[in-house]
Design a protein around this ligand. Structure first.
Ligand code: PDD
Length: 285
C-alpha cells in the first residue's frame, strides 16, 4: 500500500508529495507543527492539540488555512488512507510561498499545510518502556519562545544527534543555572526521594506538552504530590525516578542520566503507573 500525504488540498502518494522551494517553512522554518497520537484509529487529545496549534499560529501571526471542522476531517482522512491504527498524525502549517524576504510577505500568502500519518510499533515501545531509556544533558541554546511549537528545531536536532552518538535516546536541555528545561522532543520529570513528582512550570522556557497536561490529571487521580518547579541535574542524579513525556512516547522511564543510574537503575513505580493509566485520562475522538 502506498502511503499518502495531504498537501494544500490534495491527497498525494508520499513519493509525489512536495512543497514549493520558496515555501517560507523550507527557507526560514517559518511555521508550526503538531504531533498527535493515534490509538485504535482514534485521535488522542485532539482538542488540546488543536488549541495549542491555534495558539502557536497566533503567536507567529500565521492564519489558520482552513476551518477547524475541515481540519478535523483532513486529519481523519489522512489516518484512514494510511490505515494507521496505532501511530501518530503529523500536521505542519507554514506562512506559505513568497519571494525570499525575511519580513512577512507584503501581500498576505495562503498558509501551506501538510498532514501525514505514520504507524508506530506499540509493542516495541512497551518493550523499550519496560527497560527504560538513557538520557544525556546538553546546554539549552534555544531561543526564548520555545513555548511556540515551531518547526525551527535545529538545536533540538543537534541535541538528539549528540544523544544518539552517546547511545542515549534523549537529550535534556539545561539552562545557565544548571536546571533542566525539557528534552529535545519531550518534557522532563523526576520523582524525589520523598515521593514528590517535580516538573518545570510551563512558562516560555518549555513547550507545554499535551501529554504533560494529561499526566498532571493522572497524578491527581493517583493522589501523587506535585512540585511544579525547575530541578537541577544534581537533583535528577539523586532522584528516586526520572521520566519523560511526549505524544509519541507517552510516559517513558529514564534509568540513566549522563551514564549515572537513577534510583535502582530500573523503571520506577511512579513512571510505570502513570504510563499504565495515561489513556484512561486522555480524550479520544
Ligand atoms: N515533541 N517538548 C518538546 C521540545 C517537544 O518537541 C515535545 C513534543 C514535547 C512534548 O509535547 P507533547 O506532550 O504535546 O507531545 C515537549 C513531538 C512529539 C515531536 O516533536 O515529535
Amino acid at each position: 500500500m502506498s502511503r499518502v500525504a495531504y498537501v494544500n488540498g490534495r491527497y498525494l502518494p508520499r513519493s509525489a508529495a512536495s512543497v514549493n522551494i520558496e515555501d517560507r517553512g523550507y527557507q526560514f522554518a517559518d511555521g508550526i507543527y503538531e504531533v498527535c497520537e493515534v490509538r485504535g484509529s482514534r485521535l488522542v487529545d485532539e482538542r488540546r492539540h488543536m488549541q495549542r496549534l491555534e495558539r502557536s499560529l497566533n503567536e507567529l501571526r500565521i492564519r489558520m488555512p482552513m476551518s477547524p471542522a475541515a481540519l478535523r476531517i483532513v486529519l481523519r482522512e489522512t489516518i484512514q488512507r494510511n490505515r494507521v491504527v496505532d501511530g501518530i498524525v503529523y500536521l505542519q502549517i507554514t506562512r506559505g510561498v513568497a519571494r525570499r524576504d525575511h519580513a512577512f510577505p507584503v501581500t498576505p500568502t495562503r498558509p501551506s499545510i501538510v498532514v501525514t500519518a505514520s504507524r508506530l510499533d506499540f509493542e516495541k515501545a512497551e518493550a523499550v518502556a519496560s527497560e527504560g531509556i538513557a538520557v544525556i544533558t546538553v546546554p539549552d541554546n534555544r531561543w526564548e519562545r520555545v513555548d511556540i511549537k515551531s518547526v525551527s528545531l535545529l538545536p533540538n536536532v543537534l541535541a538528539k544527534q549528540t544523544a544518539r552518538e552517546q547511545s542515549a535516546k534523549e537529550a535534556w536541555f539545561v539552562d545557565d543555572q544548571g536546571r533542566v528545561t525539557e528534552g529535545s522532543s519531550s518534557n522532563a520529570w523526576i520523582v524525589t526521594r520523598n515521593g514528590k513528582v517535580v516538573t518545570r512550570p510551563a512558562d516560555h522556557s518549555i513547550l507545554k506538552g499535551i501529554t504533560r497536561t494529561v499526566v498532571l490529571d493522572v497524578m491527581r487521580a493517583q493522589g501523587l504530590e506535585l512540585e511544579e518547579r525547575p530541578f537541577t541535574v544534581e537533583e535528577a542524579y539523586a532522584a528516586r525516578e526520572a521520566f519523560l513525556t511526549s505524544a509519541s512516547q507517552i510516559v517513558m522511564p529514564v534509568v540513566r542520566i549522563n551514564g549515572r543510574p537513577i534510583g535502582n537503575g530500573a523503571p520506577g513505580l511512579v513512571a510505570s503507573a502513570l504510563r499504565r493509566d495515561f489513556h484512561r485520562h486522555a480524550e479520544f475522538s
